[in-house]
Design a protein around this ligand. Structure first.
Ligand SMILES: *Cc1c(COP(=O)(O)O)cnc(C)c1O
Length: 341
């Protein structure tokens, strides 16, 4: 029995995935589609249920090894929800504080208990506290945002490996910012049966597509696939993504440009005495600011919207800025400097 067979709740284990009959070469009168189309994309028909072509392109872009499989979601948010649906209603989900807010929201949607372990002052995982929390609450799912949103850092790799090996939970490493980070757990997925990875194209130029991927062992993905709603990736997304995600070298070039802009903006912000800038492995920078509310309002008044995190636990006076173009970053920077003049 594989890890996931054991892990999954029995109703799902016993289910068969929703099957769509193969229709190639046949007169298709099985699905109540209209035979009339107003477009050239074939929108009168349901999408390819497996999005096979798109998966192949995504595999190429993300360099997913052949021994692993992919489950596509309407954004990775949908996949977070799908993972939560796989858990029993008596299960606990474990996360860190502060981390991505959707983990808690989705736990609440699904009526699951959500527990957190506080990150330390440097926003690093407190390993001892995490292991004792795992012991105490026996979570079914552990979400680790790597790099972490909203703090921007990656965590100690050794701590994460320790967590994976010390728990019976399914550990989900959410690499939404993989393109901007020095490290990834993709090579580790094959080695740990209770490890899966989340990726999305939202932060690398395609937020409008709504496309995320869960990457894991074939036996894991085939079980979780049963929980996916049929046709969750629409025809327009499939067709557009197949064309756009083939532009791998341009996507990588843009990510590299954003990393350079991030390094430059971090330096400029660090030179402002009223700010404390946290290290980032993502396409945003978290910083603590004297009178953060005032700065936030002045930026907005000046036409620049950033994110106010000052009311988040342990993020007092913290703001988060996404890396934009050089000109956009300059506009943000000039307004910030002016505010403290
Ligand atoms: C933005 C973000 C996501 C959501 O991605 P979508 O694919 O747009 O749903 C998931 N996880 C983290 C950590 C994020 O920051």
């Amino acid at each position: 029995m594989s890890f996931i067979d054991n892990w999954l709740r029995p109703q799902i284990r016993q289910l068969d995935a929703y099957k769509v009959a193969k229709s190639a070469g046949l007169v298709k009168l099985d699905a109540m589609e209209s035979p009339f189309s107003l477009d050239e994309k074939g929108l009168n028909r349901y999408p390819d249920p497996d999005a096979t072509e798109l998966k192949n392109v995504l595999r190429e872009l993300l360099e997913i090894p052949t021994e692993l499989d992919i489950l596509l979601g309407n954004g990775s948010d949908e996949l977070i929800q799908l993972l939560a649906l796989a858990a029993d209603n008596s299960s606990t989900i474990l996360g860190f504080e502060p981390s991505f807010v959707m983990y808690k929201m989705i736990a609440d949607f699904c009526n699951l208990d959500y527990q957190t372990v506080a990150l330390n002052q440097d926003f690093e995982i407190d390993l001892a506290a995490t292991l004792s929390k795992i012991d105490a609450c026996q979570p079914k799912l552990i979400f680790i945002s790597y790099p972490n949103n909203p703090t921007g850092n990656t965590f100690s790799r050794a701590s994460i490996i320790e967590i994976i090996t010390k728990t019976t939970a399914l550990v989900v490493i959410d690499e939404a910012y993989y393109a901007y980070a020095d490290d990834s757990f993709l090579p580790d997925v094959s080695h740990y049966p209770n490890l899966v990875l989340l990726r999305t194209v939202s932060k690398v130029g395609f937020a409008g597509l709504r496309l995320g991927a869960l990457i894991g062992a074939k036996s894991t993905i085939s079980q979780l696939n049963k929980l996916r709603l049929p046709y969750n990736i629409n025809t327009l997304t499939q067709q557009t993504a197949v064309l756009l995600l083939q532009k791998k070298s341009e996507i990588i070039k843009n990510s590299e440009a954003i990393i350079s802009l991030r390094i430059e903006l971090s330096k400029s912000l660090a030179a402002i005495a009223e700010l404390k800038v946290y290290p980032s492995q993502a396409n945003f920078i978290l910083f603590q600011a004297t009178d953060s509310k005032g700065l936030f309002a002045a930026l907005k008044q000046g036409g620049v919207l950033i994110k106010d995190l000052s009311s988040t636990l342990n993020l007092g006076d913290c703001l988060r800025v996404t890396i934009g173009t050089f000109e956009e970053n300059q506009r943000f920077l000039q307004l910030t400097k002016k505010y403290y003049d």
